[in-house]
Design a protein around this ligand. Structure first.
Ligand code: GDP
Ligand code: MG
Length: 459
């Protein structure tokens, strides 16, 4: 088990609060501009939906220098809640902001969450809800939607279901959703969503596990939590939250470290849990809680040429590694596609397309180069094969998960570029169907993966 003693300052805060029934935890790192809204929504939700329970809001911060913690402590006091909801809180509304300690010398979102788990266990809460500190679209009802299934329905893990822009959530759409679905047979649409509810029992089980690797202290935490819940046989459901609006990220520019941490964790867990998934075939939906919602999340800018360029550059820097980590036929197809991506980027440069039309919407920017890039397609089955080859490579001990995940990143950018091109004229529903057809490819190729596993990994 990892080394992560609570600091004396945190112990003091726990002693001050004593105990609680329901806790909202908020990890943060430099979120002063947005966290106040999240804290107010959390408090309003606790008062409005769980008036009989003793609540606490805990912010677990990474030592932000931008005043994040001050905002948490100083944002509108509880009488603001009385004013806007016209109710008097029956229980004292306690809020705490603390700096979390590193776990085995590593800081990050997962380390922040580990401290929240430890506090939740010490306080004896029945339900812990965690929400991100960069959320714009959170409303008080989210607290009910994420805690209700635990408190009323006996669920242990409540995973979020949101409407996201068709180009948001690319790690989820290309890796964590199809992989979790095909391996464990559960259609959990947002396995690394970041906003979720957990029972006190599952919190305790998380703290007992001995597979907390360094990436879990960073962005590996979300897939680790979902996988531990599923593989541990805990009761899982989804909650319909509506739109997720948060600080936007361009997959070609902002997601590198997150991709490596999530994928390395997913590969390691897959190798470790083989006995939980080898015999699973097909998949089924998990129960969804909450009223249906229709929402249009704001558009996201994606630089398609940058994605294709990164894929092509990756083939030069990492071609040998790709050959080592993929089956020969998979590697040959991927390298051929990367060559094609490079030719398209060159052609666009000649036309002055690179960096041009930046004032246009992302759709129209991709559209401007449509005739050029329309030819580029990274097939579903090839992408599935790439991911499955890597599972086998890591599980058979030929390469380390971190190295494989890092080398996969440019291939993933090529896959995302292909999806952006393919979906550029699609509605959200049509783009969602693309994600589903890819997930079906993961299911279709799974028997072959299981067969390889039995011969190459665990003969
Ligand atoms: N404590 C802590 N929180 C972090 C760190 N990095 C990210 N977070 C928090 O984790 C949440 C999700 O991070 P974000 O960058 O929005 O990732 P995404 O929305 O999942 O792509 C936010 O609430 C961040 O404040 C970190 O290093 N330390
Ligand atoms: Mg975010």
């Amino acid at each position: 088990m990892p080394e992560s003693a609570l600091t004396p300052a945190i112990r003091e805060e726990i002693a001050r609060v004593g105990s609680a029934d329901i806790m909202v935890g908020i990890p943060s790192y430099r979120n002063a501009a947005t966290i106040g809204h999240v804290v107010r929504a959390a408090q309003a939700g606790l008062v409005q939906y769980f008036p009989d329970l003793r609540p606490v809001v805990v912010n677990s911060d990474g030592g932000s220098a931008d005043g994040t913690q001050r905002v948490v402590v100083e944002t509108e006091p509880p009488d603001y809640i009385e004013r806007i909801l016209l109710v008097r809180p029956q229980n004292r509304l306690t809020r705490v902001s603390l700096t979390y300690p590193e776990v085995d010398g590593v800081a990050g979102k997962g380390a922040a969450l580990r401290t929240l788990f430890l506090i939740a266990r010490e306080l004896g809460v029945q339900a812990l809800v965690v929400v991100d500190s960069d959320l714009r679209s959170i409303v008080p009802e989210w607290i009910e939607l994420l805690a209700g299934p635990v408190l009323k329905g006996g669920y242990d893990y409540v995973s979020p279901l949101y409407a996201r822009h068709k180009w948001d959530g690319t790690i989820t759409n290309t890796v964590t959703y199809p992989l979790t679905r095909a391996l464990y047979g559960l259609r959990i649409r947002q396995p690394i969503g970041g906003d979720f509810g957990v029972s006190g029992d599952l919190v305790a089980a998380y703290l007992e596990r001995d597979d907390w690797e360094p990436e879990v202290s960073r962005f590996g935490i979300d897939i680790w939590m979902t996988t531990a819940a599923v593989a541990g046989g805990f009761a899982v459901c989804e909650a319909r939250l509506g739109a997720k609006v948060h600080d936007p990220k361009d997959p070609g520019a902002d997601l590198g470290p997150m991709f490596r941490q999530v994928v390395a964790t997913a590969l390691r867990l897959s190798a470790r849990n083989a006995d939980r998934w080898l015999d699973v075939r097909g998949s089924r939906p998990v129960p969804a809680y909450g009223f249906e919602r229709f929402a249009d999340p704001p558009p996201l800018a994606v630089d398609t040429l940058r994605l294709l360029g990164a894929f092509h550059d990756g083939s030069h820097a990492l071609g040998e590694t790709w050959r080592a980590m993929l089956a020969p036929a998979t590697a040959a197809e991927v390298l051929a596609l990367a060559g094609e991506a490079g030719r398209l980027v060159d052609a666009a440069d000649t036309r002055g397309g690179h960096g041009a039309a930046v004032d246009h919407s992302p759709e129209s920017r991709t559209e401007a180069l449509a005739d050029l890039v329309a030819a580029f397609a990274f097939p579903d089955d090839l992408w599935t094969q790439v991911v499955y080859d890597l599972l086998v490579t890591v599980a058979s001990g030929r390469m380390q998960a971190d190295a494989v995940a890092a080398a996969l990143a440019p291939v993933y950018l090529g896959r995302v570029g292909s999806l952006v091109i393919e979906t550029r004229r699609m509605t959200a529903e049509e783009a969602e169907e693309r994600v589903e057809s890819q997930a079906r490819a993961f299911e279709r190729l799974k028997p072959a993966l299981a067969e390889r596993w039995r011969t190459e990994v665990a003969p």
